[in-house]
Design a protein around this ligand. Structure first.
Ligand code: MF3
Ligand code: CO
Ligand code: CO
Length: 269
């Protein structure tokens, strides 16, 4: 296990890749409406990345050991789909919740970010899950500073999520990122404060908690990629790519449309 500590040159390129990934989400936001298919969202994002940004969609043909090549350019995870939802002909309908997960490569460096979208008028139950998941991601981010540990990040997320009766998915986690899509360390979204890898200035990793409204168990679909909740309960996820700085963190996946830090955390810097 080798955690790459990024140089100033690496960091400058990661800022660009992170902003571009976030700008894909800004671009696609007005299209996320009832009646559009997840495959159409994929095609729009693909064309924007390749033809407008000059970025490479990192998911396309991505093939970790034991997997088949990922067939699309983004991940679209709807309702009880937890992550890695493969875009297709399924149309969004009013009340659906959908995670759009974008990873671009620019100049050899990766930016990875995802947001939740509520299609039309969502139920209170759906809105609350999406909001609490957003807050969980932020509570994890707020732990990040030199000397804190990855266990502090996971424990804070788990404690907050479970206080609402939600469960935290264990099988998928955040990850180091740079010239590789997924590198060390693994960033678990549960755990024990004070345990695990101590954070050091120059580390870059994602924080991307997946919260289920029901039980935490998962199931993989026959496509070999799409992950769903075993009990069919709703699931939500948010993701940012984060740099450890001298005295805290810098979010690299920021753009004009990035949702602001939640009100209830705003006091804490
Ligand atoms: N973007 C996802 C993550 O946050 C990984 C997707 S892998 C893919 O780590 F192949 F499904 F795109
Ligand atoms: Co990620
Ligand atoms: Co992602």
């Amino acid at each position: 296990m080798t955690i790459v500590i990024k140089t100033e040159e690496d960091i400058a390129k990661m800022r660009v890749a992170g902003r571009l990934a976030s700008e894909v989400l800004d671009y696609i936001t007005p299209f996320v409406k009832a009646g559009i298919s997840t495959g159409e969202l994929d095609q729009l994002c693909h064309d924007y990345m390749v033809n407008v940004q000059g970025t490479i969609p990192a998911p396309l043909n991505y093939c970790p050991p034991g997997y088949t090549p990922y067939p699309k350019s983004i991940c679209t995870s709807v309702n009880h789909q937890i992550c890695h939802g493969v875009p297709g002909e399924k149309k969004l309908k009013n009340g659906d919740i959908v995670n759009l997960d974008i990873t671009v490569i620019k100049d050899g460096y990766h930016g990875d970010t995802s947001r939740m979208f509520i299609v039309g008028e969502g139920s209170q139950i759906a809105k609350r899950l999406c909001q609490v998941t957003f807050e969980s991601m932020w509570i994890g981010i707020e732990q990040v500073r030199p000397g804190a540990t990855l266990g502090d990040v996971g424990a804070a997320i788990q404690k907050y999520a479970e206080s609402f009766g939600y469960s935290v998915v264990r099988e998928f986690c955040g990850h180091g990122i740079g010239t590789n899509f997924h590198e060390d360390p693994q960033v678990l979204h549960y755990g024990k404060a004070g345990s695990g890898v101590p954070l050091v200035k120059g580390m870059i990793f994602t924080i991307e908690p997946m919260l289920n409204a029901g039980r935490r168990e998962i199931k993989e679909m026959p496509d070999g990629w799409t992950i769903v909740t075993k009990d069919h309960s709703l699931s939500a996820q948010w993701e940012h790519t984060v740099l450890v700085t001298d005295d805290g963190y810098e979010i690299l996946t920021q753009s004009a449309g990035t949702p602001a830090k939640p009100e209830k955390l705003a006091a804490s810097a």
